[in-house]
Design a protein around this ligand. Structure first.
Ligand SMILES: [Zn+2]
Length: 456
């Protein structure tokens, strides 16, 4: 299964309609959260949380929606709030399992301000085609009749919402049941998952490569290749860059400017009857657009790099970076969070299934930069020393290259498989320790599943 995300080309009417839809989704989510937490104050209610959530949805459909003050909800398809409740159930379940924090109230303001950081709190909602066609009662549904057929071209029909124009065409005839519409800065996107399996038939050029990540050079590969991050990512905050867009952007990120804005903004207060100032709105829109611009550069860079690596190499051990520890170092934090190391690993991990690679995470306490890649001698290496000169065998090598080579020779007990994750939750239990390292890669299709390879 994989997904498409396309940008919508909207007129003003459609834009405000989608804003309304996102509003309904937010309203339903907050309604569920509010009623559930309130219900805990009544000891007489003996239902489980899941049963409570079911009855809350019933209350919403049968009582709240019919009230005159909520008449505006009738304009929007009901699939929006039912999927919003479904999302809330999932979030709530994740909290119960200890995988995430307690669900937070969704807010319009947060969505504008931190379009990048708190994207999930911003404007997004899901619609779906609910019913399929059953030719005979009690018999099976007609296949794919509960899916919306999408034709090639620059138009898309979204169930319940109507037809929209797209910035880029749909590449092929396909179908999908569920559509998620989301906003980042001032752009709206539709994303849909397609029920297609991608089977990797790529034969990799090289068997093994170790990757060392760093601030100075984004990635050093053990075969001597290096990958540098785009200049605009590194220099956004420190010095003006030659391109006009980036220079404009540095202006917006000046600390004094931000602090002045923060002091002088008039964000409004509904209870006191103060309206949001137009300058504040404009400022946050511009700031969101600015963050999105750099997010896009980073995303593009990471996508292309990880794809290239996954195409070329089969077995990829990478370091497990202690990112939260590194970000605590305030001199490095901006550079590290700008580069997106975690995103790099996440992308490499989920591309295992697409390109048939094997990504392994090396234990974070393994001394990859301190060890000599030739004789195994361990010596202390402060960050300022860029060259590794071995005190035992006299080997002289670039610091990062030495670390990358070490990553290819790590003992098995220091390795775990990288799991494809959808959210950055490091607390997830580690599944499966690294094994079968000596596997040959003569078979090009689905190596790990191929019976012949495993038997060898
Ligand atoms: Zn040595």
């Amino acid at each position: 299964m994989y997904s498409l995300k396309l940008e919508l080309k909207l007129n003003n009417q459609q834009r405000s309609f989608l804003n309304g839809c996102a509003g309904l989704s937010r309203f339903a989510y907050n309604f569920g959260l509010d009623l559930l937490t309130q219900s805990w104050n009544f000891p007489d209610i003996k239902q489980t949380d899941f049963q409570r959530l079911v009855s809350i949805e019933k209350v919403f459909t049968n009582h709240v929606k019919t009230k005159a003050e909520y008449y505006w909800m009738q304009k929007y398809p009901s699939a929006i709030y039912s999927s919003s409740f479904r999302n809330f159930k999932k979030t709530f379940q994740r909290w119960r399992q200890g995988l995430s924090g307690f669900p937070r109230i969704k807010s319009k303001k947060l969505g504008v301000q931190f379009a990048l950081v708190l994207r999930t709190l911003g404007d997004s909602f899901t619609v779906l085609k609910k019913y399929g066609i059953y030719p005979v009662k009690g018999q099976k549904m007609l296949p794919t009749s509960n899916c919306q057929i999408l034709y090639r071209g620059k138009r898309i029909t979204i169930p319940g919402l109507g037809e929209f124009r797209l910035k880029r065409p749909i590449p092929y005839l396909c179908s999908s049941q569920r559509f998620t519409i989301s906003r980042v800065a001032d752009k709206w996107y539709v994303s849909l998952s397609l029920d297609i399996e991608r089977i990797s038939t790529i034969s990799h050029e090289s068997e093994l490569v170790g990757i060392d990540l760093g601030v100075k050079c984004f990635a050093t590969l053990s075969d001597g290749n290096t990958i540098t991050a785009p200049l605009s990512l590194k220099k956004t905050k420190t010095t003006p860059v030659a391109t006009t867009l980036a220079t404009k952007a540095t202006h917006w990120l000046k600390l004094s400017k931000l602090q002045w804005r923060n002091r002088n903004k008039v964000l409004g207060n509904r209870h006191q009857g103060i309206k949001t100032s137009n300058n504040a709105k404009k400022y946050y829109q511009k700031l969101a657009r600015h963050h999105t611009y750099f997010k896009n550069i980073r995303q593009d860079f990471l996508q292309k790099t990880t794809t290239e690596i996954s195409r070329k190499y089969y077995h990829i051990p990478i370091e497990d970076l202690n990112l939260s520890g590194m970000i605590a170092n305030h001199k490095l934090s901006a550079a590290i969070s700008n580069l997106g190391f975690y995103e790099f690993r996440r992308m490499l991990s989920y591309k295992q299934a697409v390109y048939g690679t094997k990504v392994e995470v090396v234990d974070r306490w393994y001394p990859s930069s301190k060890t000599c890649s030739v004789c195994g001698h361990v010596q202390s290496m402060p960050l300022s020393r860029r060259i590794y000169d071995c005190g035992s065998c006299g080997q002289i090598l670039d610091r990062d290259l030495n670390a990358a080579i070490n990553l290819t020779n790590v003992p098995l007990d220091k390795i775990r498989m990288a799991n494809a994750e959808f959210t950055p939750v490091d607390k997830l239990p580690v599944v499966g320790l690294g094994g079968n390292r000596k596997q040959t890669s003569n078979c090009s299709i689905m190596r790990d599943l191929c019976k012949f390879c495993v038997a060898q």
